[in-house]
Ligand binder design. Structure first.
Ligand code: MSP
Length: 675
């Protein structure tokens, strides 16, 4: 059976982070699961490149909108390639084929009588690219503008009953249940017609027959799912025979667009609806949704370089109950890696294979007949369980079952003690040794196959080390059975797949690399190759900065007078000021205070210090995370904007009063005193 699944297409106003990677890794895993179920699975992903937000970001960065979109879209594609994502289609909304598909869909809706022209006045959320209610506008941090336009409207109001009926008739259409209930109550609350064009906006797809208008981004973006298949391009409606999609995997914040607008557009056009929309929760980092605007972002590349992408895949899928929000932490990531992969599967593989190499000259031993016993039974049950859990998107439960099986072999080896059995001379002991190592290797083979949708690279390597000549990709749940490991199979040998990691050192390394990747990504977005184009940022008023820094602002004079002797201080006076090296753990903008950042800085105390700094105009919060800074540690704490500032970050007053943070060329230890 053909199976078509999609990720959302990612906005190009942010470079890829692990929030995007999460959705994409899940989709890639689902594709591999479906292949193991015997389906011919296709995965589509891409980038969402139109709209005011992108136009503004491009302008700010000094690129044309197209140049900017090309760069960031390229970064997404390169990211998915380097992470080994097995996508089949990559859609860019600036491609001509996509414009054709959008115009085609619109024409079908228009021919069927679901488009009208009308005027509309409303509050428009520029960042969210949507008209919002007064109540919603109150809650929005970014710019909200009052816009009156003559627009093309989609008659969404005519679809309320049909949508509700569809939800009712297809209980699995929106998953999980909590999201389904949300959508149903939203639709029951009444649907208004939806403006689907924008006048006065250039960066979009022109409306056929009215060049003064471009499509509203969501009408444009949602259509990507059929662009991927060649809709509207070559005369055939579904040339690849893949529509309707089996599942759209999305983050929970965009369920409404997928479960209300998109099915309505499709109904209006007379096209079949996707079979399911599955919404996952958010990755939370430092207690908030990971997002570029908040600056609490972690990227996949540093993780890939230190822990390996499979460590991240395993961590995200095992730790987070799919559908719910989940915390990301470096400690959790490395902890999971060491426990499950290095000490778990990796160790099982190296121990088992090493013993077969040592005791049987690298050839799988012949077990006595029917010696699999309880392990064989558990393995058979696990195959069915994992298949069911993975099919139902219950990744953490599926992985729990796989690791329970792997743990059972560890226990079995401890009980059987093959390292003692090898010393036995009698036939019974020899047979027991052969059974033990055969059984361990056979479970390892099954565990490897079952884990392969989540750990494709490592599984392929263990598979090879098990001497398996068939492609791991060709394994099907249905065909996977106890006893398929052939006695006599020669094991080719190889390196350990998951070497143990030093927790501290690997976290430090990831944080360091994060800074490098941040610079690379900044260079993609901003025009200056060295990093962000700082000139686009609003300079900080030096007086305000000085007030926050607790000193008087004075631009550096050309030639400074030496201080008079009477103004000089004793060394003891200086010693009163305790300055220490710290590392920025978190950095966030402060609501309603453009210039302020709220930092937490680790100076080696039990808790990082909460410190406010007037440096928001010169430093993006995300650029500071992991950076070593100097702080005054023994200032009396004070409150700013309701937040405690327990210390002062040290900066020079640079050009135009912009702060230049003190930093270290050497790797100064955290907590070291300056003096
Ligand atoms: N362009 C729209 C989607 C159009 S689809 C027709 C969009 N793009 S986005 O780049 O802002 O985010 C897309 C998706 O990225 C989210 O729905 C979610 O799947 C993923 N995530 C982005 N940040 C995330 C987290 N912090 N946590 C989990 N997923 C996150 O919305």
């Amino acid at each position: 059976m053909k199976y078509y699944l999609t990720t959302p297409i990612y906005y190009v106003n942010a470079t890829p982070h692990i929030g995007h990677a999460y959705t994409t890794l899940v989709a890639d895993t689902v594709k591999r699961v479906r292949r193991m179920m015997g389906d011919e699975a296709y995965l589509s992903t891409g980038t969402d490149e139109h709209g005011q937000k992108v136009e503004r970001s491009a302008e700010k960065a000094g690129w044309t909108a197209q140049e900017f979109a090309d760069r960031v879209s390229g970064a997404f594609r390169a990211e998915w390639d380097s992470l080994g994502i097995d996508y089949d289609f990559f859609v860019r909304t600036t491609e001509p084929r996509h414009a054709r598909a959008v115009q085609w869909l619109f024409e079908r809706c228009r021919q069927n009588g679901f488009i009208k022209k009308d005027t509309y006045t409303g509050k428009y959320d520029v960042s969210g690219e949507a008209f919002v209610t007064d109540e919603e506008a109150e809650k929005i941090d970014g710019p909200v503008e009052v816009v009156t336009e003559e627009n093309y409207f989609f008659k969404l109001s005519e679809f309320q009953d049909r949508l509700l009926k569809h939800y009712e008739d297809n209980p699995a259409f929106i998953r999980p249940e909590s999201r389904r209930n949300e959508v149903i109550s939203f639709v029951k609350g009444g649907l208004k017609d939806l403006s689907i064009s924008r006048a006065n906006l250039k960066w979009g797809i022109p409306l056929p027959g009215d060049d003064g208008h471009v499509f509203y981004v969501w009408f444009d973006a949602l259509t990507n799912y059929i662009t991927a298949l060649g809709y509207g391009s070559d005369g055939e409606v579904d040339p690849k025979g893949l529509w309707p999609a089996d599942v759209h995997i999305v983050g929970k914040e965009i369920v409404r667009f997928h479960a209300v607008y998109w099915p309505a557009f499709l109904m209006a056009a007379g096209l079949p609806l996707p079979k399911a929309i599955y919404a996952h929760g958010w990755l939370i980092f430092q207690e908030e949704k990971m997002s570029k605007t908040k600056g609490n972002v972690v990227r996949a590349k540093p993780i890939d370089q230190v822990v390996g992408i499979e460590g991240l895949r395993h961590y995200l899928l095992r730790e987070i109950v799919f559908g719910q929000d989940g915390n990301f932490s470096y400690e959790g990531l490395v902890g999971r890696y060491n426990a499950d992969l290095a000490n778990g599967l990796g160790n099982l593989a190296s121990r088992t294979l090493a013993m077969i190499h040592r005791y049987f000259d690298g050839a799988v031993p012949e077990p006595p007949a029917a010696s699999g016993g309880a392990l064989a039974k558990q393995a058979t049950e696990t195959i069915a369980k994992v298949r069911d859990h993975f099919e139902a998107f219950e990744f953490s439960r599926g992985l729990d079952a796989i690791w329970a099986l792997s743990g059972a072999v560890d226990k079995y080896l401890v009980e059987q003690k093959p390292w003692v059995l090898i010393k036995g001379e009698d036939e019974a002991t020899k047979a027991q040794l052969r059974a033990t190592l055969y059984n361990a290797a056979e479970v390892l083979r099954i565990v490897t196959a079952l884990a392969s949708p989540v750990l494709p690279k490592a599984a392929a390597e263990i598979w090879r080390q098990l001497g398996q000549e068939s492609a791991l990709n060709a394994v099907r749940y249905d065909g996977l059975r106890w006893g398929q490991l052939k006695p006599g199979t020669k094991l080719p040998g190889g390196e350990a797949v998951f070497p143990r990691l030093d927790v501290e050192a690997s976290i430090t390394k990831m944080r360091e690399l994060e800074q490098e990747v941040l610079k690379e990504q900044a260079a993609i977005m901003g025009k200056t190759a060295a990093g962000f184009d700082w000139s686009t940022l609003v300079p900080l008023a030096s007086k305000e900065q000085a007030a926050i820094m607790g000193k008087t602002a004075a631009a550096a004079p050309a030639a400074r007078e030496k201080p008079a002797d009477s103004e000089r201080i004793e060394i003891d006076d200086f010693a009163k000021v305790e300055m220490r090296v710290g590392v920025v753990r978190t950095a966030e903008k402060v609501k309603k205070a453009d210039k302020l950042l709220h930092l937490t800085i680790d100076i080696g105390e039990a808790e990082p210090r909460s410190i406010m700094a007037g440096i928001a105009a010169a430093y993006e919060p995300e650029s500071l995370i992991g950076r070593k800074v100097a702080i005054v540690a023994n200032l009396k704490p004070r409150k700013l904007r309701g937040l405690v500032s327990d210390g002062m970050i040290i900066a020079a007053s640079g050009e135009d009063g912009n702060p230049n943070l003190v930093s270290f060329l050497e790797d100064a230890p955290i907590g070291a005193r300056l003096g």
